[in-house]
Ligand binder design. Structure first.
Ligand code: FMN
Length: 170
C-alpha cells in the first residue's frame, strides 16, 4: 500500500511517532511518506491507499492547523484513514490525589473524536486510532522545555501496535 502520514507536531513528539510508524510500516513492506502539514498544502495531498493524521492537543482538541488541514485535504471519496493524538500524560488531581478515571479522560480528550467527526462527515473511513502520552517534566527550565516533555516509556511498542492495527484493518 501507499501510505501518506501527515502530522502537526510542535515540539517533536508527534514527529518521532510519525517517523517510527513509517519505519515499522516500511518493515512490513509498505510504501510510506511523512510530512509536516506546514510543508504541504491540503490540496497537494496525493492519491494513496491510506492516510494517517497525527496532531498535538490544545485545550483538549487537535491543534487548529490540523483541524483546518483535514477539512480541506484533497482526499479521494471514501478514503481510509488512521488517527493518532499526543496528549499530556494523565497525572493525579492536585486536590484529591486521585488519577482520572477512563470516563474522565474520555471527556477531556477530544483530539481524535474531533478529527474523526470531520473526516467521517466527509465520507472517509477510519481503520485505527491511537493516543500517545507525553510526560511533562515540570523540573525543566523554560516553559518551552516543560511543554515539550518526552514520550512516555513504551511509545515505540504503541507505535508498532498502531501500525499492526492499521494493517490488520486495511
Ligand atoms: C497551549 C497548550 C495547551 C495544551 N493543552 C493540552 C490539553 O488540553 N490536553 C492535553 O492532553 N495536552 C495539552 N497540551 C500538551 C500537548 O498535548 C503536548 O504539548 C503535545 O502533544 C506535544 O506534541 P508535539 O511534541 O508533537 O508538539 C497543551 C500544550 C500547549 C502548548
Amino acid at each position: 500500500m501507499r501510505i501518506e502520514i501527515y502530522h502537526a507536531s510542535k515540539y517533536g513528539n508527534g514527529a518521532k511517532i510519525a517517523e517510527e510508524l513509517k519505519h515499522v510500516l516500511e518493515s512490513r513492506g509498505q510504501q510510506v511518506s511523512v510530512h509536516h502539514i506546514s510543508d504541504v498544502g491540503p490540496k497537494e495531498v496525493p492519491l494513496a491507499d491510506l492516510y494517517v493524521f497525527g496532531a498535538p492537543t490544545r485545550v483538549g482538541k487537535p491543534i487548529g492547523s490540523m483541524r483546518r488541514f483535514v477539512k480541506k485535504a484533497a482526499l479521494p471519496q471514501g478514503a481510509r484513514y488512521a488517527l493518532f493524538a499526543t496528549h499530556a500524560d494523565e497525572v493525579p488531581d492536585k486536590k484529591t490525589g486521585k488519577m482520572p478515571t477512563p470516563q474522565e479522560l474520555d471527556a477531556r480528550r477530544k483530539n481524535i473524536p474531533t478529527l474523526d467527526a470531520v473526516l467521517r462527515d466527509r465520507g472517509m473511513v477510519k481503520v485505527a486510532d491511537k493516543v500517545f502520552s507525553v510526560v511533562m517534566d515540570e523540573k525543566k527550565g523554560s516553559l518551552k522545555e516543560t511543554m515539550a516533555g518526552q514520550l512516555k516509556d513504551g511509545w515505540q511498542k504503541r507505535a508498532e501496535e498502531f501500525a499492526d492495527a492499521i494493517l490488520d484493518a486495511a
